[in-house]
Design a binder for this molecule. Sequence first.
Ligand code: IPM
Ligand code: MN
Length: 372
Amino acid sequence: MKYTIAVIPGDGIGPEVTNQAKKALDAVAEIYDHVFLYKEAQIGACAIEATGNPLPEETIKICKKADAILYGAIGDPKYSDPSLRIRPEQGLLNLRQELDLFCNINPVRAYDQLIKNSPLRREIIKGTDIVIFRELTGGIYYGKKEISKDGLSAFDVCSYNVAQISRITHLAFKAAQGRRNKVTLIDKSNVLETSRLWRKTVTEISKEYKNVELEHLYADNAAMKLILNPKNFDVILTENFIGDIISDEASVISGSIGLLASSSIGNENALFAPVHGTFPEAKGKDIANPLASILSAALMLDHLGLHEEANAIERAVEKSLDLNITTVDIKGKNKYAAPTSKVGDFIADYILNQQDSNLNFRNIHAGQSTII
Ligand code: IPM
Ligand code: MN
């Protein structure tokens, strides 16, 4: 089959990790006889520099036409001045809204090989398997915002309606039915009116899913429980801002944020991305972990119905962890850290050659060529 993939690598390490995901996809294309046609487009700081706009029209057009979107990261420290009117992040926020990518799905599981990297104790995190459903196009991110003329006060409005809450709630409950039949709604309904609307709407909808248990937690309590007892959670359902925070917190459980990938889906389009950001200190150094981006390509294949192909990428990633062909952030003690590009080469080669991989692992560890 032929698929058009919009590739928007963005800023920082975005381009270098996205390149490794493309290597994995090229290997999949070769083995499974598909064609992935990449359409590159700009977003974020690089787009501001090139066009003055963090989300050029051309990028929206390319994304709308594609079968799926592969995204890297956006942001640049030089845009951190709060008085700036144009910022790289607006590129992503506007793209989510333009394409109505309302549902962010963020799977978090503790990889056995990486448990030692987590600051949390093995017995607490081993076996954790959570998926976070974060609403992505509403709430405080998109409400009216203003700073007063004298610069002494500001506001951001948080609003939600039943339709926005319902559509993601159904997706979360359906996902729970294919998992361990539990949904935890995280809100702040002891304080916020929008949270009370979430709680009422979700409770009502939960009656349609009789085999799924619905748990309610306040966000502050949930933040604590997530670290104390992550195995309490199966599907987490939450609104935009709380979901942003909870997602980063949950990444600690996996042993490395460098392995977390997420999908952002709408009715017409879907975007796949690493959870990590631009990591400006690592930009251009060939040291960033490409696995999250590679795994986001696997999520993309799953979304396109290419399950066997997605599985081939996942198995290659597991193998790279087993063999310690990993970047500096997750290497074990005294082990060689592979450059970003070599991890990508290994993954692609393993997909192509599977068990018969003719890779010379010793050469990889010496940082030399990857193929005998
Ligand atoms: C994320 C990011 C974005 C967000 C930023 C870059 C606007 O942190 O995808 O979680 O806050 O949603
Ligand atoms: Mn975030």
